[in-house]
Design a protein. Structure first.
Length: 161
């Protein structure tokens, strides 16, 4: 994995995030003296090569009024995991949904889904909805509530030299 000077400039310009404007790639392109298509093509090439994993929003849920946030964990039958994970990940109140290996016997959970709400009661209602979706494939569940927000940062480059 290597980057050239143009890729480096794009990464450096976005280390604090994309511009918060209706056309962020166009604004970034203008700032760097490039065209929007070049910026988008470069991002795709960096994703394809593994230089970056993804481009995603990292909102501060507390500032958005979502002060109850719980990582729900589920033990789901393996043969249903992909299909059910896709359904859970598509829910509007789930921001992260992914498979993780179990760590038996202490940790039987293989499906994780971050649920956001304005109160713990709201999160529990949403958790009940997920329980219903998982149905008979669900064997166990739990939830781990956030107690603070952790620092969220994207890709950072070391200074040259």
């Amino acid at each position: 994995m290597s980057i050239d000077d143009t890729d480096r400039a794009i990464i450096e310009a976005t280390q604090a995030g994309l511009p918060l404007v209706p056309a962020p790639y166009a604004a970034l392109a203008e700032q760097l003296g490039l065209d929007e298509a070049t910026v988008m093509t470069r991002f795709e090439a960096m994703k394809d090569s593994g230089v970056i994993r993804r481009i995603a929003a990292a909102p501060n849920h507390y500032k958005l009024g979502m002060t109850a946030n719980g990582m729900s964990v589920w033990d789901v039958e393996d043969e249903h995991l992909t299909a059910l994970g896709t359904k859970i990940g598509a829910l509007p109140y789930v921001t992260h949904c992914y498979e993780r290996p179990r760590a038996l016997p202490a940790w039987p959970y293989n499906l994780f889904a971050m649920i956001h709400g304005s109160s713990s009661d709201e999160v529990e209602e949403k958790r009940a909805e997920i329980t219903a979706i998982l149905g008979d494939a669900l064997r166990a569940k739990d939830i781990l509530y956030s107690t603070r927000i952790l620092k969220k940062t994207g890709l950072r480059l070391r200074k040259r030299g």
